[in-house]
Design a protein around this ligand. Sequence first.
Ligand SMILES: [Zn+2]
Ligand SMILES: [Zn+2]
Length: 291
Amino acid sequence: MRMSHVYQPIMIKHLLENNGRAKAEEIAVDLVQNDLSQVEYYTERVNSMVGKVLRKNQIVVKEKNEFELIGYRDLKEKDKDELIELCQRKIEEYKQKRGMLIWDHRRKNRSPIDGSIRYQVLNRANNVCELCGIPSDVRALEVGHIVPKNWKGIDDLVNYQALCYKCNANKRDTDDTDFRNRVALFDVRASYGECNFCDTSLDDILFQNNLALVNKVNDSYYIFPKRHVSDYLELKSAEVNAIHDLMKSVKKILVAQTNGTSGFDIVIDQFDGSLKEHTFIKMTPVHYTTR
Ligand SMILES: [Zn+2]
Ligand SMILES: [Zn+2]
């Protein structure tokens, strides 16, 4: 059963328990509390972040799955109330000062992603993590830039991906080192030297997006990454997305031209006649004869 299947009974139950009326925000809190993928997400945060820090500072100890406040048994009721009050004050202060920004750690690059972009990216990813394939109702998915903004990543669909929080956390760990090299990803079609594709200015581009372009020779459509890459499997996910988008456009053209009666061959190849080879995808219509 998908998480979304349980939304309706949660909302109806919430309304029944609150005299038939409730604010959207209150219902949302109920949804979050019942969303196991969110609970799992924050369990991980407790263990690896806040719990770890509090252990290090000798405020809590951990035994098996439980955290225990050091010295709790020696606290008088009055002390407990005072401490709770103190914590509550800190929380309120923080909320007021930062508003919703408190939850920023869940967004990458600290720039909020437009809801419709989020929707499109999750939709394209079929609501599964684009790295490990885990579905969104098992583990919360985060939408973020593939190449981060601070490394010149662009705000374009091709540069977004949906990752589960675990894959995303692993990715973030490598951000600083990894992306220094990846900035080159967007320095597209620089003259590369000895690559016929990169070194020639193309005037027969049929259409293109940020990272890839299409041209046509005879019956075949050629889709090139703009960056010089000789091995297709060395392309970055943003480039694969960009190429995939163009393949869809080519498919539309082919289907329209042939009233949907033909299929096509897709070949991964390298640019002919170059000293340095440049990878591309070739789509050629196959005309079936109907019997
Ligand atoms: Zn994942
Ligand atoms: Zn090239």
